[in-house]
Design a protein around this ligand. Structure first.
Ligand SMILES: [Fe+2]
Length: 244
């Protein structure tokens, strides 16, 4: 698939040489993807009788794949710009650029999950109402599930030469999870709020899987995949309580 990207004027390249192209704008990315997605059409032999419908489908598929790759690369660039920090020396063979991307993604996940864990505990302690006992237990179980991956995430950051920003204050400063509705007391309000907040974290982690994978760190992508699976399960537990 990657060789097809070399047909055009180098607007698209394999990941190994794509770092210098992080400054592609969204419009430019779309244009270059469109040119590349038409390349198979242009280069096809005149005798080759490919049905138009199939060719269009191939072109559309290439276009979508290309846009997805460009999006991942733009996220890598964005992460590097926002979160660049000095790395500790290590013999880990991943490039410094790749490790910087992963460290930023992992620190974001650390902050978001730390925040979520505290919110689940807040719900566990303060829930009231007829469903008190079941929800009290539910929130405690979910807090445990949210706490479990934190150690692996933090240690992966340090393994890559980074600093794990793991204090409560650091989590509060970096978390992208909305504030917990402390004025509410229970019923389904805590369940609904936590479900919405877990969904925010799950979306962020899922994007981080793609970004770390595209940056060349399959191990971080694998770690985040496990976190993503756990968050999806947590979301299921919460949403099941809101259904008839
Ligand atoms: Fe407790």
């Amino acid at each position: 698939m990657q060789n097809l990207f070399l047909r055009d004027d180098s607007a698209l390249t394999p990941l190994a040489t794509a770092e210098s192209r992080h400054d592609l704008t969204t419009a430019e990315s779309r244009r270059s993807c469109w040119r590349n997605s038409r390349a198979p059409l242009v280069s096809a032999s005149p005798r080759q009788k490919t049905p138009t419908k199939n060719v269009s489908r191939i072109g559309l598929s290439l276009f979508r794949t290309c846009l997805k790759r460009q999006f991942a690369m733009s996220k890598i660039s964005e992460t590097k710009t926002q979160k660049k920090t000095a790395l500790l020396p290590t013999l880990n063979d991943l490039s410094a650029a790749t490790r910087e991307v992963s460290i930023a993604l992992l620190n974001q996940a650390l902050a978001d999950l730390s925040d979520l864990h505290s919110q689940a505990k807040q719900a566990h302690w303060n829930v009231t109402g007829q469903a008190f006992f079941s929800q009290h237990k539910l929130f405690d179980d979910l807090a445990d599930a949210l706490f479990e991956p934190l150690d692996d995430i933090a240690e992966r950051i340090v393994q890559l030469g980074g600093i794990a920003n793991g204090t409560v204050r650091q989590a509060a400063a970096s978390s992208k999870i909305p504030e917990f509705p402390t004025a509410d007391k229970g019923g389904l309000s805590y369940v609904t709020a936590l479900a919405e907040h877990v969904a925010v974290a799950a979306k962020s982690v899922r994007a981080a899987i793609d970004t770390s994978g595209a940056a060349g760190d399959a191990d971080t992508a694998d770690l985040l995949t496990g976190v993503s699976r756990s968050l999806d399960k947590t979301l299921w537990f919460l949403e099941a309580h809101t259904r008839p």
